[in-house]
Design a protein around this ligand. Sequence first.
Ligand SMILES: Cc1ncc(COP(=O)(O)O)c(C=O)c1O
Length: 432
Amino acid sequence: MTNPICDFLDNYRDRSQLRLHMPGHKGVGGMGVEGLDITEIEGADVLYNAKGIIRQSMDNATGLFGTQRTLYSTEGSSLSIKAMLYLAMLTRGDKRPLIAAGRNAHKVLMYGCALLDIEIDWLYGDSLLSCNITPDALEEYLRHNDPVAVYITSPDYLGNMADIKGLAEVCHRHGVMLLVDNAHGAYLKFLPASQHPIDLGADICCDSAHKTLPCLTGAGYLHISRNAPEYLCDMADDAMSLFASTSPSYLILYSLDRCNSYLDSVLRQRLCDTIPCVEELKQSLFTVGDEPMKLTLDAKKYGYSGVELSELMTEQGIVCEFADPDYLVMMLPPDKEAVISVISALLYIDRRAPIEDTPPALKCLEKAMNPRQAIMSKNEPVSIDKALGRVLGAPSVSCPPAVPIAVCGEVIDQSAIELFRYYGIDKIRVII
Ligand SMILES: Cc1ncc(COP(=O)(O)O)c(C=O)c1O
């Protein structure tokens, strides 16, 4: 595996020369990374018009993921999702700009749809963070509706994986594209049997390389399937450019380039070695989700909230990914030693009587306007106690998991207030 970006940057860092180009640190400074941090100078290629080192590196990634084309993002899945929506709209012909999306989508879906003036039909599931849309339910929806694309988040934040193969078959039977937010699942390609959405039939998907691969924060991919129309590959640079900064981070590109060697050489074996340990551990615990490398504890079954469990883990030197009243989410590395540390930490936690309460139900709210109209309107913060009857202006949820409790443009009712309170949100932004 070649590493053309790393080779170029290593070489550039080691040359003794005065840099009279951007960035302003001129390659020197106290962080220690400045030497590698350049901009699109001569020889360094141009991210979304790549013909040199970036092109070679992205071609390597394309080969590793087995796609028609894989592009790098230095702005995470947030950028790739907007580009993916734009690309889907190019296929729409005379169809209405409508997307059907699982309701547990990350808020960037809403931003992308607002910017591109796309309507969203929400497909509701069992809870806020999980949305188990079955092929049968999708079939029923598509019999009566004609969206341009279906948008599924899989794996979700808790590690639930959708039946992408079944959903893709249904979509394609109806002539509809399947877009997958695979932000949490870049590594799924390298399982003994790939569970990557592109291999299961998705047309386009995004991965946050930084979430599950050894890449810097912000590193991501946009993948286009070999089965998708060729012109999507031709348009993909424009799609990314529409939303991206014109100053991509070369540190992030360096990490993506280096990651290709890791994907090519060690990841498969490490996953093979670690997954049986994780599976064994999961059998002895109350967990949710079927994503192999995510360990999500059903905290209340142990008599704790997820947040309390997270604090107990932190006391033992383990900082988890996410905790809420119900769950504690751990994103495991492909490393048996880390799994053993988790096992030892969990052994220290005393079990208590299970907590029986459940989260307030996620209800379908009245829609006063669409997300675009809402996001383009002036809004103000209000305390959740004073929000009854007001129209949500901004998602008002932060990362993680950034799944909107109410959708922008919906009228806040008592059930939404209870849900905001349950997740500890005491202020939301409503339209003035
Ligand atoms: C499901 C999901 N999709 C998209 C995103 C956005 O990804 P990124 O942070 O790589 O931009 C996130 C971030 O947490 C996410 O959890």
